[in-house]
Each structure stands twice: as structure tokens, then as C-alpha cells.
Write a protein that binds this ligand. Structure first.
Ligand SMILES: *[C@@H]1O[C@H](CO)[C@@H](O)[C@H](O)[C@H]1NC(C)=O
Ligand SMILES: *[C@@H]1O[C@H](CO)[C@@H](O)[C@H](O)[C@H]1NC(C)=O
Length: 484
């Protein structure tokens, strides 16, 4: 027994020794490999920060997979390695109002669950409600804490469902207050508002600009009562938008709106350099457009509403371009389905080309697209699917080459039981299996592309370093064939 034990011990010792040696060799090899690949990795991150001379990359690190969304050339990227973030998204603009009432709060969770299940990763919803019913801002600088908590809840639920938010800070239109409400507040406070331009005084009146700046500050500095995270530090918020669909038709030269964008972009970035900023425009081509581009507009009036796609997005601090797609509203009455789909496709393609070209390579987000299915509209709930597929198709053609078409956000997704609010555009996911299938398929293609590109970024770095120049599409050469 003893001898046997002795033998065994000797054998075990030998085994241990050889295992130890083998282990040491393997570990040395592993360290060498890791060293090489982590330096590649670093070079990748370093290039990312250098390419994107924006403070966001310096203020926050990648933050893992739930880091701040940033831009790199014409792409959105996220995470430590700067993985591309092409997105499929949706609008549900009144989530804050749903969340105020205990009886409807669950709808917020429900719509995020349903959206996440079809792979939607971004939701655009209002971060304003000025004056009026269930107002967030009851009067300038005065907030209803219960409503702010409701927005906190929306942000916190979005995080739980891995959905990022795009939050517009004001409205061009009268819904939920809008610029007219701000102007009324200023009028009530003093007699000196120049009302020649009506609600457009929002953009020029000094008192109103002060009110808006205060609202921006209150929003960005807000500390979420559910998560404890300040809004300006929260990667769940993908981006701010200055306004939903800003127009300033009282100054068709575009100078008034341009000055406002410049001032407010600087203001936002001075408080919150970490988040991306968009303007929130519909994307109409204005007077400064490249030759021939005015013809891409849906109608003659579009050039005269004081917005100017290329000029507006050259402002310092604006990180991505914003476009909406509403052929049913914009084309002359009676436009056929075919005409509407044709317009939508060329509208998307024109803006992607400009974001990559004249704008020097920035991502462009089609932050609202949809067609009404109300009685008398060209589309019904079935034929609308062809429209959605056409827009997704144009997005995919850009994604496949790693281009600037960063995502499309359907207008709009509704939770069940809120159909009474349907504006003709509502899609209730569980009740629209065909539409849901189309949306899920698009999400899957984008997700596959995003994750493939993370690999190709990581292993393709050395080649890029030697080559010097690195076009935004280069990351994605390997992935092109993977999505169809
Ligand atoms: C009021 O605004 C209009 C244009 O918005 C301008 O032409 C006019 O000079 C302004 N009036 C005063 C008194 O500032
Ligand atoms: C929807 O419209 C298409 C043609 O545009 C038509 O063929 C189809 O029958 C319509 N569906 C319904 C449910 O009305």
C-alpha cells in the first residue's frame, strides 16, 4: 500500500511538473497573442477617438456594450471597440404622458417589450410638454415633478429593454405646447415680443431664447429618480434633438433658423458634451443646396420654410443629419402609391449621398417615416408594408457598404389599447403580424451587419494602419456579402 502510494505520489509530481511546464509555455503564448491583439484593439480605439474630433470620445470611454453612442465618420458606433450601430427604430411620442398615470404606465413597458422583441433598438419620444394638459413645463422654468418622474420612468424602462432614446427638446407644432406656447409665455411676461413673425419669434426673441435655454439646462441636468443617473451622463439617451421639425417660414433665407441652431447647439454641448446632437429637421433642401438638389424636394414650398438641409447640418456641435419621410403629406394630393414609394426611395438616397458627400461624412437618421392608412389615403394597412419595405431596402443598400444611412424610425408604434389616439400611422405590433415580420427581418440584417463589422474592425486594423487613409466603409468590406 505504502509503496503504491509512494509511486503514485512520484507519478503525480512528475505529471504536475510537466503540466506546469506546458501550462507556462501555453500561458506565455497566450500573453503574446493577447498583447498583439490588444494593441490592435487599442489602435482601433485610438483611431476612433482621433477620427472623431468630438469631446464625446474623450469624456466617456466606450463604456462596454451600453456605452454612449458616438459617431465615427459616417457611422454611429458604440462600445469599446467602436462597433457600428446601424439601427432599426420607432417613434412613440407620448410615452411620458402614458407614464404619468398609474393606470397606463404599464403601456410604456409593454411597448418597449414588443419593440425589443422585433429587434428595435431606438425609440424617439418627446422630452417636452409645455403648458396645457399634463404639462412637464407648466410655465417657464417651472416643472411638474410627477411628470418629470414619468419621463424618468420612460428612460429607466428603455434601459431595461436595451432600447436607446432620441429626445427632442421642443416642438415646431402646437402639439404639447410648441414654439407658440413659448412665445405666449414671453408675451405674458412683458409687452416687448416682436410678433411680426408670429410663433417664429421663438427663434429670434431674446426672452424666448432664454426660456428655451433654461429648459435645455433643466433637461440635461435632471437626475433620474429611478436610476440615479443624470440625463447628461446616461447612455440610454442616444441623442438630443433641438426641436421636432423646426421651420421658420417667416425667414425663407434660412438665416434666422441657422443662427438659432448655432446658438442652441453650442448651448447643449456646453452642458452635455457627451451626447450626440441632432437638429430634428424634416430635411428639406433650401437656398444653399448643391445644384439640382432643390428638385429632390417634394414640392415648391419645401424650399421656403426657412430650413436648409446641408447648411443646417454644417453647424458646429451637430453630430448627425435628420430627415423625415412623408410622401403622403408632402406630394401633391392624389399621388399614387407608386409615386410615393418612388419619392421615398429617392429622398432617402439623396440625403445619404449628401451626408456622405457635401456634409463630409456624417450619419443620417430617417427619424420619422410612415404613411397614413386612414380612409381616403393611398395606402391601407396591407399595402403600407410595401412602403416600409422600400424604405428599409434603401437603408440596407447603404448599410451593406458601411454607408451613412444609419437608420429609419417608423412613425409610429402603438401599445395595444391606445388605438383611440391613432393618427392613421399607428402600428400595433401584436396586431400586425406581417408588418412585424418585415420589421424583425430588417432588424436581424442590421444586427448581423453590426456584429460582423465588430470583427472586421478588430482584425482589419493593421491593414488600415499601413494603408493610411481609412474610408468609413472600410470596416465593413468583409460583411458586405453577409446580409441580403
Ligand atoms: C420685428 O421683426 C421683423 C422680422 O421678424 C423685423 O422686420 C422688424 O424690424 C422687427 N421690428 C422691430 C421693432 O424690431
Ligand atoms: C389594400 O390595397 C390594395 C391595393 O392598393 C388592395 O389590393 C387590397 O385589397 C387592399 N386591402 C384591403 C384590406 O383593403
Amino acid at each position: 500500500m505504502a509503496t503504491y502510494r509512494e509511486e503514485t505520489r512520484r507519478a503525480t509530481l512528475l505529471q504536475c511538473l510537466s503540466f506546469f511546464l506546458l501550462g507556462a509555455i501555453a500561458m506565455a503564448a497566450a500573453i503574446a497573442v493577447l498583447h498583439v491583439s490588444s494593441s490592435e484593439y487599442w489602435r482601433c480605439s485610438h483611431l476612433t477617438a482621433a477620427d472623431d474630433d468630438r469631446s464625446s470620445s474623450e469624456v466617456v470611454d466606450g463604456g462596454g456594450e451600453w456605452g454612449m453612442v458616438r459617431t465615427r465618420g459616417a457611422q454611429f458606433v458604440v462600445g469599446d471597440g467602436g462597433r457600428p450601430f446601424y439601427m432599426n427604430g420607432f417613434n412613440t411620442y407620448w410615452l411620458m404622458v402614458l407614464a404619468v398615470d398609474a393606470s397606463t404606465r404599464g403601456k410604456v413597458t409593454e411597448v418597449f417589450q414588443q419593440a425589443a422583441a422585433v429587434g428595435l433598438t431606438v425609440c424617439r419620444t418627446w422630452a417636452f410638454n409645455d403648458g396645457g394638459w399634463r404639462a412637464l413645463q407648466k410655465s417657464p422654468g417651472v416643472y411638474d415633478e410627477e411628470v418629470f418622474k414619468a419621463l424618468d420612468f420612460v428612460v429607466s424602462e428603455a434601459r431595461k429593454h436595451k432600447i436607446r432614446l432620441i429626445l427632442p427638446l421642443s416642438n415646431n407644432w402646437d402639439g404639447y405646447g410648441g414654439k407658440a406656447q413659448y412665445v405666449r409665455w414671453a408675451q405674458a411676461a412683458g409687452p416687448n415680443v416682436n410678433l411680426t413673425s408670429g410663433a417664429d419669434a421663438f427663434f429670434s426673441d431674446e426672452t424666448v431664447r432664454g426660456y428655451f435655454k433654461s429648459h435645455v439646462r433643466a433637461m440635461l441636468m435632471r437626475v433620474n429618480t429611478y436610476t440615479g443617473v443624470a440625463y447628461r451622463d446616461d447612455p440610454t439617451i442616444m441623442a438630443w434633438e433641438l426641436m421636432n421639425e423646426p421651420r421658420c417660414a417667416s425667414d425663407p433665407t434660412g438665416d434666422t433658423l441657422q443662427a438659432w441652431i448655432r446658438e442652441m447647439a453650442f448651448h447643449v454641448k456646453s452642458i452635455d458634451p457627451a451626447h450626440l446632437l441632432g437638429v430634428g429637421t424634416e430635411g428639406f433642401y433650401g437656398p444653399s443646396s448643391p445644384t439640382g438638389r432643390l428638385r429632390a424636394n417634394p414640392n415648391a414650398e419645401a424650399a421656403l420654410v426657412g430650413t436648409d438641409f446641408c447648411r443646417n447640418h454644417r453647424v458646429l456641435g451637430v453630430d448627425f443629419a435628420s430627415v423625415h419621410v412623408y410622401p403622403d403629406n408632402w406630394l401633391p394630393a392624389g399621388a399614387t402609391q407608386e409615386a410615393q414609394v418612388r419619392f421615398a426611395t429617392s429622398w432617402v438616397e439623396a440625403h445619404i449621398a449628401d451626408a456622405e458627400g457635401v456634409l463630409g461624412g456624417m450619419p443620417v437618421l430617417f427619424a420619422e417615416f410612415g404613411v397614413s392608412t386612414k380612409a381616403g389615403a393611398a395606402f391601407n394597412a396591407t399595402s403600407r408594408d410595401a412602403f416600409i419595405e422600400a424604405v428599409y431596402g434603401a437603408m440596407l443598400r447603404s448599410t451593406r457598404r458601411g454607408g451613412g444611412g444609419a437608420g429609419a424610425l417608423l412613425w409610429q408604434v402603438f401599445p395595444e389599447g391606445t388605438e383611440y389616439m391613432d393618427d392613421g400611422y399607428a402600428v400595433v405590433l401584436p396586431r400586425a403580424p406581417a408588418t412585424t415580420g418585415i420589421m424583425a427581418a430588417h432588424s436581424r440584417r442590421l444586427q448581423m451587419f453590426n456584429s460582423r463589422c465588430a470583427w472586421s474592425c478588430r482584425w482589419g486594423c493593421n491593414k488600415r494602419d499601413a494603408g493610411g487613409q481609412r474610408p468609413p466603409s472600410m470596416n465593413c468590406d468583409i460583411c458586405r456579402d453577409d446580409i441580403r
